[in-house]
Design a binder for this molecule. Structure first.
Ligand SMILES: Nc1ncnc2c1ncn2[C@@H]1O[C@H](COP(=O)(O)OP(=O)(O)OP(=O)(O)O)[C@@H](O)[C@H]1O
Ligand SMILES: [Mg+2]
Length: 298
């Protein structure tokens, strides 16, 4: 897969606060990448460094396998740069001003406004827009000039469920056009629903990175039962590859170590003469795993 972004050991201090601490990351083309972490974990700092808004103290990054340059920067659109729109100007006028500042062509405005669902309101003044519409205009502005990469910082902040759903669908639509999206969020649910890949950040450190689907199966719990529960328990204790064996009602539960499959447990138990009457996977929610990852990083 083509590499879009490589981050190498980025460190950033604000006075005595270490906002980023040796942060590494790789992002490939076409993914929707979520930077997930609690408030203050360094997400915005990371994005600001990647956009040359903030200088890192140590470390480096490469866009499109090149050192950062004016040219590579033009291939990236971001919502971080446009917190301010002129309230008394329309969406189109605001976009024209942004295009001029960014030295981007005017041509694709209508297409972009259709994509973000603002076409019908394009001539209305910005101040008459709802929060969700303002957020979508910010994304529209980031899309001016057809960038290959789109960077969004907390794209659903302050939105109601409908607004959140609109943004989610928009992100999916933009990703389907082949763009790479990097978004920061402190909301697990948002990352789970929108992103294909995720990096979990805590106090400027990366705790985990990988496909969202893999995070979901990092550590699983299995349920087991056999006619002789006592023998099952004793035998299971002898198996390396499971932890936290517990009795829950009529079942035993155990956590699988990484890379251990339920089949492996079954084979071992069978080899010891234990026949299971029940064996099932119990996937932990990403929520539980996220909280646990944050705990492990303490
Ligand atoms: N300009 C600044 N001056 C001083 N400290 C800063 C500055 N910007 C960020 N920080 C500190 O750096 C740390 C990381 O902040 P950052 O904004 O990157 O976190 P974040 O993950 O984006 O958080 P949030 O979810 O609240 O947006 C925090 O402790 C923050 O207080
Ligand atoms: Mg932030």
């Amino acid at each position: 897969m083509d590499n879009i972004l490589t981050i190498n050991a980025l460190t950033k201090n604000y006075g005595r606060i270490r906002a980023l601490d040796g942060f590494d990351l790789e992002v490939n083309k076409g993914v929707v990448f979520g930077l997930l972490g609690p408030n203050g974990s360094g997400k915005t700092t990371t994005l600001s460094i990647l956009l040359d808004i903030v200088k890192p103290d140590r470390g480096s990054f490469r866009w499109f396998e090149e050192p950062p340059s004016h040219h590579s920067r033009k291939r990236i659109g971001a919502t971080l740069e446009y917190p301010v729109f002129y309230p008394y100007l329309s969406a189109v006028r605001n976009m024209k001003i942004i295009a001029r500042i960014k030295e981007k062509p005017f041509g694709d405005f209508e297409e972009i406004l259709k994509l973000v669902g603002l076409y019908d309101r394009k001539d209305d003044k910005f101040r008459t827009y709802s929060m969700g519409m303002k957020q979508r205009l910010a994304i529209a502005s980031a899309l001016i000039g057809n960038p290959e990469v789109l960077i969004l910082d907390e794209p659903t902040n302050g939105l109601d469920p409908q607004g959140i759903a609109d943004i989610r669908n928009l992100v999916i639509r933009i990703a389907n056009e082949g763009k790479t999206i990097i978004l920061a969020s402190h909301l697990l649910d948002e990352v789970q629903k929108m992103c294909s890949h995720v990096a979990v950040l805590k106090r400027g450190k990366r705790l985990f990175a990988g496909p969202v689907g893999e995070v979901l199966v990092v550590a699983d719990t299995i349920e087991l039962a056999a006619a002789d529960m006592k023998m099952l328990t004793e035998t299971l204790i002898g198996f390396r590859g499971v932890r936290d064996i517990r009795r829950e009602g009529e079942y035993l539960t155990a956590r699988l170590d990484k890379g251990v499959l339920p089949e492996d447990v079954n084979k071992y138990l069978a080899s010891q003469g234990v026949v299971l009457s029940h064996l099932a996977m119990r996937k932990r929610s990403l929520e539980e795993q996220f909280l646990e990852l944050l705990k492990e990083g303490e």
